[in-house]
Write a protein that binds this ligand. Structure first.
Ligand code: HEM
Length: 442
């Protein structure tokens, strides 16, 4: 297996076509592990680039996510995959003081938008989208439409406006392309990461797509603000500027400021939409397949149970990949410095030793308190934890509740496509294709 993976990565460095094929083959690395990923507490394997450990043991999850001594920074492979899109933006950075400072800007900007405002915007835009979906008798491509809706909600709440419909269509198409081309796992399969990474990244052809996405963001959400007085900037832009002023002297240079602002605005748009859109896509797929008894319109409490169960079974960020910076021992196994450790909400939240009927979509478990009472910050981690906990967790909760309530009270759902979606798996678990649903009158 090791030799095969290495050969695949080598060949990928020579041709874009082979590289694309390899990305498809390796898209969901969990498939290589099979049942073991859902039953073992710690699995170690060797990749050409070094050791990789998959941790399902809650005590190890605690140690890795809390990362108190900075021993488990975010993986440098992930940084490489994301750079063409978010530059130096916080999401792709390993850790340390600069990350802590910039994360504060996110928390402050998000705290500055009242929950009622998030709910109001989410409901208004959901109703607008739903009306359009109901006017399309042959159905709409749901993951794509949810991406557009959630981008609009995040940008309207935090970045001072929305894309035009044409810009939003172009943006989600380009982002889906980026997603289909990116594979941190393929980078890890190359024998000599430092030497092979640039060639492999080149063959993935992320640069041109990343560039076009960045241009769209810059044109709509960055450059126009720079020509206006700072007091008129959206709160997020001002928080980022304050942080840059405190931590680096370079903001006097407009080009540098523009580039750094663009990096963080890109993070906010990408982290703030793809996750929510992915969970909701799976939820709507489940609902359209009869996850609710006929005619049953869920109340607020059960909408929450639907969302929790979707976050459990379909966590959008399936892999928290971290570098191991110092020799570490877990469960009697030694992880060498330079190896990698993976906490995966996908395996943790489907682990047979932690969940009853783990594979079944069963919102009722949250109403019975079986979910909430028996699971804690190390066994239910869709929003991550510790030093890299998602800053948008509260925002996302209000937003998803509002969107789902609008949809289940305002429409009936019917499947147009019957092929069950699979998780794409590279950056997020969004469905591998844009399945269509028809939205009828309630
Ligand atoms: C269902 C919705 C969401 C889920 C499940 C989710 C999950 C996550 C997770 C797991 C991480 C950390 C990844 C890691 O440790 O490697 C993260 C980071 C982040 N999320 Fe979310 N997220 C969601 C929605 C949002 C929203 C709505 C926003 C903003 C409005 C947001 C903003 C961010 C940002 C800025 C980061 C980067 C933080 C950092 O790099 O330290 N997220 N999210």
């Amino acid at each position: 297996m090791l030799v095969l993976l290495k050969a695949l990565a080598r060949l990928s460095g020579w041709s874009s076509l082979v590289c694309r094929l390899a990305v498809v083959i390796l898209r969901n690395p969990l498939r290589l592990l099979g049942w073991k990923a859902y039953e073992r507490w710690l699995l170690t394997l060797r990749l050409p680039v070094g050791g990789l450990a998959l941790a399902n043991d809650p005590a190890i999850v605690e140690a890795v996510l809390r990362n108190r001594d900075g021993v488990f920074p975010k993986s440098s492979h992930l940084t490489a995959i994301l750079r063409p899109l978010i530059g130096e933006g916080v999401f792709g950075q390993g850790g340390g003081e600069a990350v802590k400072d910039m994360r504060k800007a996110y928390f402050l900007a998000l705290a500055g938008v009242p929950g009622e405002e998030v709910e109001r915007v989410s409901r208004r835009l959901s109703r607008e989208y739903l009306a359009r979906w109901q006017a399309a008798p042959s159905g709409v491509a749901v993951p794509r439409e949810l991406s557009r809706l959630t981008i609009d909600i995040v940008t309207e709440c935090l970045l001072g406006g929305r894309f035009t419909p044409a810009q939003s269509e172009a943006f989600v198409d380009a982002f889906f392309t980026y997603h289909r081309r990116a594979s941190a796992f393929l980078l890890m399969c190359s024998g000599n990461a430092l030497r092979d990474t640039p060639a492999l990244l080149g063959r993935m052809e992320l640069e041109p797509v990343g560039l076009s996405l960045r241009e769209m963001i810059q044109e709509r959400f960055v450059t126009p603000w720079l020509d206006r007085p700072e007091a008129a900037w959206p709160p997020f832009h001002r928080q980022v500027l304050d942080t840059l002023r405190r931590t680096s002297g370079e903001v006097a240079d407009r080009a540098v400021l523009e580039a750094r602002l663009l990096d963080e605005v890109a993070v906010m748009i990408l982290a703030g939409h793809e996750t929510t859109a992915s969970v909701l896509s799976w939820l709507l797929w489940e609902l359209s397949g009869g996850a609710l008894p006929d005619g049953d319109r869920p109340q607020a409490e059960s909408v929450d149970a639907l969302i929790q169960e979707s976050l459990r079974l379909y966590p959008p960020i399936a892999f928290f990949l971290r570098d191991v910076e110092a020799v570490t021992e877990f469960r009697g196994k030694t992880l060498a410095a330079g190896s990698a450790i993976l906490v995966s909400p996908w395996t943790l939240q489907r682990h047979k030793g932690l969940w009853q009927d783990a594979e079944r979509f069963c919102p009722a478990r949250w109403l019975r308190k079986e979910g909430a009472a028996t699971h804690d910050r190390n066994t239910f981690v869709p929003f991550g934890g510790g030093s890299r906990l998602c800053p948008g967790k509260h925002f996302a909760g209000i937003e998803m509740q509002a969107i789902v309530e609008e949809i289940v009270s305002g429409a009936t759902l019917r499947r147009v496509d019957s092929t069950p979606p699979r998780p794409l798996g590279a950056l997020t678990t969004r469905p591998h294709y844009d399945f269509r649903l028809a939205f009828g009158a309630p």
